[in-house]
Design a protein around this ligand. Structure first.
Ligand code: AMP
Ligand code: MG
Length: 345
């Protein structure tokens, strides 16, 4: 009995010590007076952080930690940094199991989760096919179907084997190439809020190149006003808080081959460059989800995409269909949305 009590006391004591050492946790930030903004290039785009605080210097340390975290994730997840952990995995993963960080493991697991949910429309192994389309598309040619068939062998999320217990990954086919460009920015935005919240800041917005993670509304407001690009620049904005919002679209990047416009986005299952053109905006509880789904719904059949969205909690989508030469075709163009997508205001 005595030992139990002593243990109990010890536990409370340790807890008190721990609490007093959690940096900034006790700080009251409710006196936030103005919005301050910082930006830094990362992951091939510019990250912006907005925080409501009593002064710029008050939030400086927390924002610095947030940017450090983003940089750390870039060094692990980036396809464009030859030394990234991701690229080491692509190079070695066929030859031996590779031990990876918990960050890379989390993003890969989440990526595979969305691959399964979207029938393979979202697939972080699609890169070899994208490269093939680049090679041929830049010369105004469609890749020969035999080439598509051969390269497709190196594509498929089922060819990634994760051992979560050991934290290791194997790739089943030689020449596979992983690319987390469809989800990593969102994941980084989600992670960047941790130092901000730990320091007591709640009213913030993290913009990872168009993929946003949003906290509490600014003082006296109902939410953050976010404008969505629409045809004819209609004044379309939503007011939201404590969610994420991400947009995908390839309005400007496609190859014209024999009169047909092929997107640089390739359908991982058919191996063909997309010939439909749309812009997809997804609202979800976290930015990795919004990012992955915006990419997936760019690829998927529209009905199937919207049906999937309807099954997901607190997740909504807006799809703008039919762009010509970068602008919306107002005759045949359509705007579709899931049932709960916020009305514009
Ligand atoms: P986003 O801008 O979020 O739509 O992501 C586009 C990026 O995701 C591309 O630049 C590729 O790096 C990657 N990607 C392209 N197609 C796919 C796909 N079908 N599934 C997952 N990622 C993709
Ligand atoms: Mg995406």
């Amino acid at each position: 009995m005595t030992t139990t009590i002593r243990h109990h006391h010890l536990r409370i004591f340790t807890l008190l010590i721990m609490l007093s050492f959690v940096p900034g946790s006790a700080k009251d930030r409710s006196e936030a007076k103005s919005e301050f903004e910082w930006s830094r290039p990362a992951m091939g785009t510019v990250f912006r952080i907005k925080v409501w605080a009593s002064s710029r210097s008050d939030a400086e340390d927390a924002v610095h930690l947030a940017f450090n975290r983003i940089e750390e994730l870039e060094s692990k997840l980036s396809f464009y940094k030859s030394e990234s952990e991701l690229n080491r995995l692509s190079a070695d993963g066929f030859h031996r199991p590779v031990n990876i960080s918990t960050d890379l493991l989390s993003v890969l697991e989440e990526s595979l989760f969305w691959s399964r949910k979207t029938g393979g429309a979202f697939d972080c192994t699609v890169r070899p096919l994208v490269d093939l389309w680049h090679q041929h598309g830049s010369e105004g040619r469609i890749p020969p179907s035999e080439d598509i068939q051969v390269i497709s062998e190196k594509v498929g999320y089922q060819k990634i084997l994760i051992n979560s217990r050991l934290g290791s990954v194997r790739l089943l086919v030689d020449g596979m190439k992983l690319d987390l460009g469809g989800i990593a920015k969102g994941f980084a935005a989600d992670q960047a809020i941790v130092p901000l919240e730990r320091a007591g800041f709640k009213q913030f917005l993290i913009d990872a190149g168009g993929d946003l993670r949003i906290g509490d509304p600014p003082p006296g407001r109902e939410g953050w006003r976010i404008s969505i690009d629409t045809p004819g620049n209609l004044n379309f904005s939503v007011q939201i808080h404590n969610v994420a919002i991400a947009t995908s679209g390839d309005k400007y990047r496609f190859y014209e081959i024999n009169g047909t416009r092929y997107s640089h986005i390739v359908h991982p299952v058919t191996g063909l460059g997309l010939t439909h053109h749309r812009q997809v905006t997804v609202i979800a509880p976290d930015a990795a989800t919004a990012d992955a789904l915006a990419t997936a719904l760019s690829v998927m059949d529209i009905k199937a995409g919207l049906s999937l969205i309807e099954t997901l909690d607190r997740t909504e989508a807006l799809i703008q269909v039919d762009f010509e030469n970068g602008s919306f075709n107002s005759k045949s163009g359509k705007i579709l949305r899931s049932s709960g997508f916020p009305r514009p205001r």
